[in-house]
Design a binder for this molecule. Structure first.
Ligand code: IPM
Ligand code: MG
Length: 362
């Protein structure tokens, strides 16, 4: 019998509620696969600041490093918003990504047919089947470059952040995008701001060099501002969307909304093969609805499917979870964020988790 060692970082806000539902679903599907899960809980974000004085305590790092994979909820909340940057909950998440060298962030934006009406885009623009994979660089760029505050020569306070990418960082994320594209249409749209930023010019050049080494890949370059516009104008033209850290952060939120709700998008953050990845919904901790039992757990549940796929190659189990989610949606059940006007099957977080579990049993 296979034993999976999974670190669980529930984090803040709705984190504990949505992760619990994902754990239930993973337990259910693993039982069917004759796989046992060992859960090891650890702290991150605001709750870790409260307990340990750090958003990413040493103990959490050790637990994550020793695990096969990390299942994460979300971090952040009103309580910690006024802390200095270095001590904020979000810093814990960035430190986690960086410490595990998770440079490749995969964010599939898939429009489930039953949710077409939940998308703010007109159905003819959305098309029949929207399936975009955002491949976001996750450990470089402006998120990690030098930053600071100072007083300038005129005595005015100023602050700066720096976008830095080296060729190696660009090369390795381009390779991930190409690998993914080979299993899809082979078409990559690489996002940059090459008309303005030096780092983008290196990005574009390096992606081109890498793509020339691989047959079956076509790369189209697109400025980030245009990409935002095109995602809304004609999302069907996108398949693999390759981005830097910050551009991917922004565009993946945009892409998520095409699917009906940001509460639908899972993610996998991966580093070197064989090392633990982090699996988390792309949305945040939603402190405004925390504890109300109404958060959508599906992005986290779908992240659980990605965990099984990328960590254990349990493709069949991953697909079964995805199918169960789709069927529950087909049967008309919606969390509040997805509900169309007149929907009479609005369910809470726990009920949605139960429905997915029941579907796995069906
Ligand atoms: C995300 C989030 C994070 C990011 C925040 C919470 C630091 O927005 O995963 O998209 O900016 O990467
Ligand atoms: Mg984000």
């Amino acid at each position: 019998m296979t034993v999976c060692n999974i670190a669980v970082l529930k984090g803040d806000g709705i984190g504990p509620e949505i992760v619990t539902e994902c754990q239930k679903v993973l337990e259910k599907v693993c039982e069917q696969e004759n796989v046992t899960i060992n859960w090891e809980e650890a702290h991150i974000g605001g709750e870790a600041i409260d307990c340990f004085g750090s958003p990413y305590p040493e103990e959490t790092l050790q637990i994550c490093q020793a695990a096969d994979a990390v299942l994460l909820g979300a971090v952040g909340g009103y309580k910690w918003e006024t802390l200095p940057g270095e001590q904020r909950p979000e810093k814990g998440l960035l430190a986690l990504r960086s410490s595990l060298n998770l440079y490749a962030n995969l964010r599939p934006a898939l429009v489930y047919k039953p949710l077409k009406a939940a998308s703010p885009l007109r159905s003819d623009i959305l098309g029949d089947r929207l399936d975009i994979l955002v491949v976001r660089e996750l450990t470089g760029g402006i998120y990690f470059g030098p930053r600071g505050k100072r007083v300038n020569a005129q005595g005015i306070e100023e602050a700066y952040d720096t976008e830095i990418y080296n060729k190696e960082e660009i090369r390795r994320i381009a390779k991930v995008a190409m690998q993914a594209a080979l299993g899809r249409s082979g078409k990559i749209i690489s996002v940059d701001k090459d008309n303005v930023l030096e780092s983008s010019r290196l990005w574009r050049q390096t992606v081109k060099e890498e793509a020339e080494k691989v047959s079956g890949i076509t790369v189209q370059n697109m400025y980030v501002d245009n990409a935002a516009m095109q995602l809304v104008r004609n999302p069907g033209q996108f398949d693999v969307l390759l981005t830097s850290n910050m551009f991917g952060d922004i565009l993946s939120d945009l892409a998520s909304m095409l699917t009906g709700s940001i509460g639908m998008l899972p993610s996998a953050s991966l580093g070197e093969p064989g090392k633990p990845g982090v699996f988390e919904p792309i949305h945040g901790s939603a402190p405004d609805i925390a504890g109300k039992g109404i958060a959508n757990p599906l992005a986290t549940i779908l992240s659980g499917a990605m965990l099984l796929r990328y960590t254990y190659q349990l493709e069949g189990a991953a697909k079964r979870i995805e199918k169960a989610v789709e069927t529950v949606l087909e049967n008309g059940y919606r969390t509040a964020d997805l509900a169309e006007a007149g929907c009479n099957k609005i369910v809470g977080t726990v009920e949605m988790g139960n429905l997915v579990c029941a579907q796995l049993d069906a």
